[in-house]
Design a protein around this ligand. Structure first.
Ligand SMILES: *Cc1c(COP(=O)(O)O)cnc(C)c1O
Length: 428
């Protein structure tokens, strides 16, 4: 009999995978806490929350129980002209925890669509008022998803090259990393001075796909403030940073000036179901109110506000609001920070940094390539052999574990990273 993994290779095409060389995928049959059990019985430690989505561990009993209860009640219903308690309760809960006074939530299915919605809201907000403001500003190395609008707003590079001719124009500013703040702010000012800017989109404080690049809240606050003075809508893409990853509920909790729009997905359901949400202010929402039907927000998805996803998201939010969860987030952040100090002088480490539960180590390399760095597969395979799921972004090893990870489990990963660095040094 063929294994699941073998049958998979006959029929499935996997994301971000060179199918010719990738080798068979690992078939997972069970998840519990940070552990994933493969079909051969081996257990893997999920140190990246299954692509940054899982918050409380796999198969969390409280979250899965909420899902089971909803399955006997209501599966799905159209969200135009209809509503249901799960969507109402989730929106009430989200608006309560958002870092700023937002008034409305718009649902979609994933991070890319949450971003599409944010961009379209921004553009139509100005259009509805007859303002000729079209330009979108973005961070040069940002990542906002893989649909065309989200790709357009993201940094241009290997991900977007084949599609280049089909993307809309965006004005870029450099990421305001330490030492580059003034330059980046200057670029923003120049664009605002010369063009009619509609909106500014950014990953707040942490650029995930770019290789876990961190920058300071002060400069982003200043940029948001400048945008507000110029009637430019600010869009925080919190798809990866939301729900505790940066050590606070949202990255925008670190900011003194708050964004007009927040895009959420990934952790929103604790990693259990697909859901996107975009929140905004009364000011943005009110620009769509009119006797003229053409001013309504012209966007929607078939599964908008799916009740099962909403129920799971509300349950995950309940767990996130428990004191124990924040104690764990603080402990992980602290242990990450201590680990950065023990390895920052290692000769194979080019840079090591942490923000909240995110830890990133840039491994010294003979190449400037990031995502397609020659070390990537070697690093990935080293950890898989150790039964640890880490998925390095080129030569950047990062951890973004579920909050239920305990100290022993964290140490398994730290030890593996240290061993890898030592091994690389010996080989050199
Ligand atoms: C992952 C990600 C997205 C895209 O989300 P998908 O659910 O994969 O479409 C958008 N923005 C950021 C910052 C992300 O990390």
């Amino acid at each position: 009999m063929k294994t699941i993994s073998e049958r998979d290779q006959q029929v499935n095409w996997h994301p971000y995978t060179q199918m010719q060389t990738a080798g068979p995928p690992l078939a997972i049959v069970k998840g519990e806490g940070v552990w994933l059990t493969a079909e051969d019985g081996a257990q893997y430690l999920d140190a990246i929350s299954s692509w940054w989505v899982n918050l409380h561990g796999h198969n969390h009993p409280y979250v899965m129980d909420a899902l089971r209860k909803q399955t006997v009640q209501l599966d799905h219903v159209i969200f135009s002209g209809f509503t249901h308690a799960p969507a109402v309760e989730l929106s009430e809960a989200l608006l309560d925890v958002l870092p700023t006074a937002h008034e409305k939530i718009f649902y979609s299915d994933n991070g890319s669509t949450a971003v599409e919605v944010g961009l379209k809201m921004t553009i139509q907000y100005h259009a509805n008022q007859g303002a000729k403001k079209h330009t979108i500003i973005a961070l040069r190395d940002g990542y906002h998803g893989d649909t065309f609008g989200a790709m357009s707003a993201g940094g241009r590079g290997i991900f977007s090259t084949p599609f280049e001719n089909h993307l809309f124009h965006v004005e870029y500013i450099d990421v305001p990393i330490m030492g580059k703040e003034a330059e980046s702010l200057h670029q923003l000012k120049e664009i605002i001075k010369h063009l009619d800017v509609a909106g500014f989109i950014f990953e707040p404080l942490l650029l995930g796909a770019a290789g876990m690049v961190i920058y300071a809240p002060e400069i982003l606050s200043e940029m948001i403030h400048l945008c507000k003075q110029n009637d430019i809508i600010t869009i925080a893409d919190e798809v990866s940073t939301g729900f505790g990853r940066t050590g606070k509920f949202f990255a925008a909790n670190h900011l003194s000036h708050k964004p007009d729009i927040i895009c959420m997905s990934k952790g929103i359901t604790g990693g259990v179901m697909a859901l996107g949400a975009t929140s905004t202010t009364a000011q943005v929402y009110n620009a769509f109110l009119s006797d003229d039907k053409s001013k309504m927000f012209l966007h929607g998805h078939s599964y908008t506000g799916n009740p099962l996803a909403c129920v799971v998201a509300k349950a995950s939010l309940d767990v996130l609001q428990q004191d124990d969860t924040w104690t764990a987030i603080k402990r992980i952040s602290h242990q990450h920070h201590e680990f950065t100090e023990t390895i920052n002088t290692h000769p194979q480490v080019e840079d090591v940094r942490s923000l909240g539960v995110v830890l990133a180590v840039t491994v010294r390399s003979r190449s400037d390539e990031t995502y397609f760095n020659y070390l990537r597969d070697r690093l990935y395979n080293f950890f898989i052999d150790r039964k640890i799921l880490l998925r390095p972004l080129g030569n950047v090893i990062y951890m973004m574990p579920p909050y239920c990870i305990n100290t022993d489990e964290l140490n398994i990963v730290y030890t593996a990273i240290t061993d890898l660095l030592d091994e690389l040094q010996l080989v050199k």
